[in-house]
Design a protein around this ligand. Structure first.
Ligand SMILES: O=C[C@H](O)COP(=O)(O)O
Length: 256
């Protein structure tokens, strides 16, 4: 955690979820209604097909709804894509950009991620910008170099603590059940914080830096308690309300 930064517990449903899964969002929306929500923000990013109906379900809940990607342009001939404006039009508040699965499956570069981040900002959305090294890069001692490059090239100059969240997701930890050691997480987050402060000054000091990669109810308290870890970006464990709420509840003790 970082003093004075309100953590964000965010779920990324990836290509999972149909209308039948809306019950889980309903349960999450109810489950986050207590007083902890004043200290910790929550967000679920379902597939785009569920975005509009999911935001309607969260009308009277602090649970926010976001999207998993956006196109860098406002509109036009881009079959299959959705724009940041469309997400805002569905009452989405956030959009994930540069997830490693997008970088790999769709060859997305840092330059493109930066353009998508700018598009998100222009539409009034918070961009959750994902970065992280591969297993090979970590083994080769290059993890921090990769983070430095991705931060420098994926973030636009207009990034602020209000419009941008960083999500550090070591690629080798995603969906594998593996997590970095606490000291590796601490080192990576301290490094990202110093990079952000050196480029964005106070805004960099206030930007949230989430950890993502095999976050579960069983390891949430330990990971979320690390210095400069300002929340989580959760994949598999965000599909079920019980797991998501158990991770969120780790903050009961952390913020006590
Ligand atoms: O966006 C979420 C991450 O890719 C983490 O996924 P995971 O929690 O299933 O490892």
């Amino acid at each position: 955690m970082t003093p004075d930064i309100r953590p964000l517990v965010a779920g990324n449903w990836k290509m999972n979820g149909t209308r039948a899964s809306l019950d889980q969002i309903k349960a999450m929306a109810e489950g986050v209604k207590g007083s902890l929500s004043e200290k910790v923000e929550t967000l679920i990013c379902p597939p785009a097909t569920l975005l509009y109906v999911a935001t309607a379900l969260c009308d009277d809940s602090p649970l926010m709804i976001g999207a998993q990607d956006c196109h860098q342009k406002q509109s036009g001939a881009h079959t299959g894509d959705i724009s940041a404006e469309m997400i805002a039009d569905c009452f989405g508040t956030h959009v994930i950009v540069g997830h490693s699965e997008r970088r790999t499956d769709h060859a997305e570069s840092d330059v493109l991620v930066r353009a998508k981040t700018e598009a998100a900002h222009a539409a009034g959305l918070v961009a959750i910008v994902c970065i992280g090294e591969t297993g090979e890069e970590r083994k080769g001692g290059k993890a921090l170099d990769v983070l430095k490059r991705q931060l420098a090239e994926s973030l636009p100059d207009g990034a602020t603590a209000e419009n941008t969240v960083i999500a550090y997701e070591p690629v080798w930890a995603i969906g594998t059940g593996l997590t970095p050691t606490v000291s590796d997480v601490e080192e990576a987050h301290a490094f990202m914080r110093s990079e952000l402060v050196s480029r964005f000054a106070d805004a960099g000091g206030g930007m949230r830096i989430l950890y993502g990669g095999s976050v579960k109810p069983g390891n949430a308290k330990e990971l979320m308690g690390v210095a400069n870890v300002d929340g989580a970006l959760i994949g598999g464990a965000s599909l079920k309300a019980d797991d998501f709420l158990a991770i969120y509840s780790a903050y009961e003790e952390l913020t006590a």
